[in-house]
Design a protein around this ligand. Structure first.
Ligand code: ATP
Length: 221
């Protein structure tokens, strides 16, 4: 579905979101108060504006309230990030994603109504550390404090060519398999218990973070 996005701040984070959204065919308005930064995105974003997003008139004149999603990608200037998020919220934007610099910043952003708060450095660090310490986990995403999603490749031969029921997946690991990606790229979404797991298949599993953390050890048993 095509949506209208506004990105405030074209640092590495905002800039990367901008490029990826445009590549996937979305309309993007990009705003940065640094003219040089803004110029770098002239040929990328649908519209680029040089302006201070802390200025309410600037946000109003750009019609920010009409956007489906606003991404507040200002990091270093925490006060600006909070003020801009608050103004965008008050304008009634249905979905706001904001980048936090630290835990306190994140808590404030959540309190004032950001719908999603991300900490790119912390989240990416956790993701990479999980991949490094486990031989089966290919990717890992923390969905909330309680739940995580992991992509695994089963390397233990004893699980090859068994179905999910025979693997006793839910009981043994306390996790739910939401999809299987076959070696040939075919994806089986919401697999039935009878679905067979082959060597080199990837399983996308979801469940309690504590269980996901134990998964690698249990798969190697
Ligand atoms: P990243 O890690 O994504 O590179 P960062 O955390 O270092 O970014 P900043 O460099 O502080 O964050 O901000 C990102 C961008 O936001 C910069 O290009 C900066 O010019 C822009 N920016 C900061 N404040 C404002 C503002 N009030 N209005 C518009 N743009 C702003």
């Amino acid at each position: 579905m095509k949506q209208n996005y506004a990105i405030i701040g074209l640092g590495r984070f905002g800039g990367s979101i901008c490029q990826t959204l445009v590549d996937s065919g979305q309309e993007v308005l990009a705003i940065d108060n640094n003219e040089e930064r803004a110029n770098e995105y002239m040929n990328v974003a649908t519209h680029v504006v040089v302006g201070n997003a802390q200025d309410e008139m600037t946000l109003r004149s750009l019609g920010i309230r009409n956007f489906d999603q606003v991404i507040v990608a200002i990091g270093e200037d925490i006060q600006a990030s909070i003020l801009v998020t608050l103004m965008v919220k008050e304008m009634g934007v249905p979905s706001i994603l904001a980048k936090a610099q630290n835990e306190y910043h994140a808590r404030v952003l959540e309190k004032i109504g950001a719908d999603r708060v991300v900490h790119p450095e912390r989240d990416m660090g956790a993701r990479i550390a999980h991949q490094m310490v486990s031989s089966n986990i290919l990717d890992y995403i923390e969905l909330s404090e309680e739940f995580s999603l992991a992509e695994i490749r089963v390397k233990n031969k004893k699980f090859f060519n068994k179905n999910l029921l025979e693997m006793d997946f839910r009981q043994r690991f306390g996790l739910t398999v939401v999809a299987i990606r076959r070696h040939n790229g075919e994806v089986v979404a919401s697999p039935a218990a009878e679905e067979i797991v082959h060597e080199n298949d990837h399983l996308l599993v979801i469940g309690n973070t504590d269980e996901v953390d134990l998964l690698d050890e249990k798969l190697n048993e």
